[in-house]
Design a protein around this ligand. Sequence first.
Ligand SMILES: Cc1ncc(COP(=O)(O)O)c(C=O)c1O
Length: 381
Amino acid sequence: MTESLKFLRADLAKLAAYKPHPGGASTQPLDLLDTNESPLDLPQELKVKLGNFYQHSLEANRYPDGGHTQLKSAIAEYVQESAELTDQITPNHISVGNGSDELIRSLLIATCLGGNGSILVAKPTFSMYAILAQTLGIPVQTIERQAHNFAIDVEQAQVAISNRSKETTPVRVVFVVHPNSPTGNCLTSAEIEWLKSLPKDILVVVDEAYFEFSKLSLVAEISQRPNWIILRTFSKAFRLAAHRVGYAIADPEVIQALEKVRLPYNLPAFSQNAALLALQNRQVLLPLVTETICQRDLMWQELSNEFASDLQLWRSQANFLYIRLAKAKDQDLELASLVTKLKNCGTLIRHTGGGIRITVGTEAENQRTINNLRACLLSIS
Ligand SMILES: Cc1ncc(COP(=O)(O)O)c(C=O)c1O
């Protein structure tokens, strides 16, 4: 660090800024299959409604509703309906964030900041838990997953949780994803039982960013478990990644803690309205999920049939596939080369966690991905 920047925290020198989607900066048209967005934009009639809201109702000179009143009510109703819950989910069970990324940061601030605890993650998983923890100076404890199905190594996890040695900061938050990114697997019943067995002074975060694809949720646990929190997002199935809206579902006291640490006007009025409109029109938007699932399974089948000896593929319960090379001598090196080759052919995918993650796109995009993979794998072998 240069002499003149001594006011910066020394540990920041070790961190790299998050590398956003390079798609926009590319000189050639790319199929953007690296961030698990929906392949389809909002339908035109919803965009017109949103435009009308901006033109006729939104007062640009006024701050947005900092309490997200209407949106929280609509989310509570959606959560209740989609899980067919008997226990009432109310707006007091909901906190809304500028993407679920913001909620992850808020809950880290509310739990571990200032030497109060470390987080536990099982790799490979969503990278932002560790990235955000590190930016706040929060220690990250990492454990492994089973090689064949990516279930968490529960024994190793339990060792990390029980470690009370002076050198380690005790675990205060466990992050799990259901289904996991990048590997696409849902939590097994053994993993869920382990999470249920954790002491009440540990917060269990179940990230359900891909819930609409898996249709499996642990939201029914919220009424009995004040140390659990569920995260969801509008960035995937609801096609609103541009608007940055995520939400948390938890016991009202946990929600209150998140509300205390967030910025007062964290979500622009336009984004609040977009999420509200998406919920009101979920019968129009969510049917695409069925098509994506169908495309995902077709793609899995085609890749398994054609590249059985080249690729190792896993079943996915989300809107992406996770793949490794079957015969690589140096997996990461060879994958990096494959990803670059694919990008040069026009397919942008993500190299992460020792594998590649390919978002399921439209039928045409998926076909191009398969064709490009064929060409790139041929040039490798
Ligand atoms: C597991 C998981 N959680 C959270 C997010 C972030 O969602 P948001 O766009 O709401 O910040 C993602 C995005 O890819 C994700 O994969």
